[in-house]
Design a protein around this ligand. Structure first.
Ligand code: SAH
Length: 359
């Protein structure tokens, strides 16, 4: 984006109003533009037919409007659709449509690659390439909602694609504000779930957000030793600090924190692990979502048997913990959790990854 020609896709509504006013236009056109860009998924100012031709011509010369391009669209036998999107700098990201009646969900990315380097996640193998801009984050929803015919239907958004949302905090939250606008898609924060490895300062900021999404914490282990091995940021933000932040998190009525727990065969799926997990989350308004590993080449772990998963779930349920097992969707097209990766990532060393994280 250059200062002279701002990108309409990167502006929230107040910014767009100000940018229009600064160029001698009426502020109310911002709402019209939002409707076209978000509600109608129009990607070209010239197609905004309730604006006069002369206004369209001026807007086209004063602003750009960047939209991720669909360069891949694969459908799984279970209906899951994985989109590969190309950004203006030719980098690629993935976003997934998960049609589960009654609720439809878009799983979107917040970064190209990821710096967290979780041991079981393919995206983590790429390293971080760069943060997505607010317009690129929100743009995934514009593109997918249009491509799947969902523009006029309610849908959920999960920030569970590539990247760590709290490692790209400002851009992620700005994207959510843009998607929330009543003049655009009007996505309620109740329909958005932010999934994080638990970057504690980010959790503390999130707790003060006026527009607060649902929170999911990728826990995955019950001792710091094991969690640091599986989820390296745990070195800086250990279990106790994360769980403290969760205890202090202001939850809306009827809402709970989700603890995600990827199950790795013979590693973190024993009855002892289940009992420790029950103790850790006791007293936190929460539910546990068990995610049997989606295996992949290069990932040194296996998926546990259904019996092991059921036994683990039963131990939690016996301790009055709400537990669900995530159905894996789109595995045949590599659209499942932790399987999103696009070639071209530059693998960074563990030390570089941590340096990025500490910034
Ligand atoms: N960085 C965020 C969001 C992206 S990952 C986070 O870590 O929460 C979304 C979820 O998919 C996380 O819970 C992550 O641990 C999980 N996941 C990653 N790789 C996986 C795999 N191979 N199989 C199953 N789940 C995986």
């Amino acid at each position: 984006m250059n200062a002279q020609r701002p990108d309409l896709a990167e502006l929230d509504l107040p910014e767009l109003e100000a940018a229009l006013e600064a160029r001698g236009h009426e502020r109310f056109h911002a709402r019209q533009l939002y409707r076209w860009i978000y509600k109608r998924a129009v990607t070209d100012v010239d197609r905004m037919t309730d604006l006069s031709r002369s206004l369209r011509e001026r807007l086209a010369s004063e602003f750009t409007l960047t939209t991720p391009a669909v360069v891949g669209d694969e459908c799984s036998i279970d209906g899951t659709r994985k989109f590969v999107l190309q950004l203006a700098d030719s980098r690629r990201i993935e976003a997934v449509f998960i049609p589960d009646t009654p609720s439809m969900t878009f799983c979107i990315s917040t970064q190209v690659g990821c710096a967290m380097a979780c041991g079981f996640c393919l995206t983590g193998k790429m390293g971080l390439v760069r943060n997505l801009t607010p317009g690129e984050i929100a743009g995934q929803v514009r593109v997918l909602a249009n491509a799947t015919g969902m523009l006029d239907h309610p849908f959920n958004i999960v920030l569970m694609g590539m990247g760590e949302p709290l490692h790209n905090y400002d851009n992620t939250m700005k994207a959510l504000r843009m998607l929330h606008s009543e003049h655009g898609l009007a996505v309620s924060p109740r329909r958005v779930t932010l999934s994080t490895v638990g970057i504690v300062p980010g959790l503390e900021r999130l707790a003060r957000e006026p527009l607060m999404p649902n929170l999911a914490i990728s826990l995955h282990a019950t001792t710091d030793e094991q969690r640091t091995e599986l989820v390296p940021p745990n070195r800086k933000y250990p279990l106790a600090a994360i769980l403290d932040a969760c205890r202090g998190f202001p939850l809306k009525k009827r809402s709970r924190i989700t603890f995600e727990y990827v199950m790795l065969d013979g590693v973190n799926d024993t009855p002892d692990d289940a009992r420790r997990l029950a103790k850790l989350v006791a007293g936190i308004k929460s539910k546990v979502n068990l995610i049997p590993l989606n295996p992949a080449p290069g990932i040194p772990y296996d998926r546990p048997s259904d019996e092991r998963v059921d036994r683990f779930a039963q131990i939690l349920a016996d301790r009055h913990i709400t537990v669900s097992v995530r159905k894996s969707r789109g595995r045949d097209i590599r659209a499942a959790c932790g399987q999103l990766i696009v070639e071209g990532g530059t693998k960074k060393s563990a030390a570089q990854q941590m340096a990025l994280l500490m910034r």
